[in-house]
Design a protein around this ligand. Structure first.
Ligand SMILES: O=c1ccn([C@H]2C[C@H](O)[C@@H](CO)O2)c(=O)[nH]1
Ligand SMILES: [Zn+2]
Length: 136
């Protein structure tokens, strides 16, 4: 899928964000290996810490529909530069997406940072770490 289109859709889907507290809508579009798109927005709560970010919404939607193989991710917000995913999302992205998978971060002014999953979270804790303790 064309990365410009993915980023445009990430910008547009922000309309569906539920952000009465932060008033900071974020949109994410996750592309599967076979070209299907899963859209996500941030969803907040009166108990503030219950907020779910756009990136995790998109990933959880896709995984709960049976998807396990992903090709790219775009994220958009009204930030000065390209939006920067939070630590929790970086960990969840690393769980499901290949280290070399492209991630397109953008804002509303056309600023784009093209990065990868492993660049977003170098040295991620992973399933490999769990295997070491389980070896005994
Ligand atoms: O990459 C990001 C960064 C922040 N947020 C959300 C969490 C919260 O709802 C609001 C303000 O932090 O933005 C996302 O969805 N994705
Ligand atoms: Zn996040």
């Amino acid at each position: 899928m064309d990365k410009e289109k993915l980023m445009q859709e990430a910008i547009q889907i922000r309309e569906r964000a539920y952000v009465p507290y932060s008033k900071f809508p974020v949109g994410a579009v996750l592309e599967t290996a076979d070209g299907k798109l899963y859209h996500g927005v941030n969803i907040e709560n009166a108990a503030y810490s219950m907020a779910n970010c756009a990136e995790r919404t998109a990933i959880f939607k896709a995984v709960s529909e049976g998807e396990r193989s992903f090709a790219s991710l775009a994220v958009a917000a009204d930030t000065e530069g390209p939006v920067s995913p939070c630590g929790a999302c970086r960990q969840v992205i690393a769980e499901f997406c290949d280290p070399d998978m492209p991630v397109y971060l953008t804002n509303l002014n056309g600023k784009v940072k093209e990065t990868t999953v492993s660049q977003l979270l170098p040295g991620a804790f992973s399933t490999e770490d769990l295997k070491y303790a389980a070896r005994k």
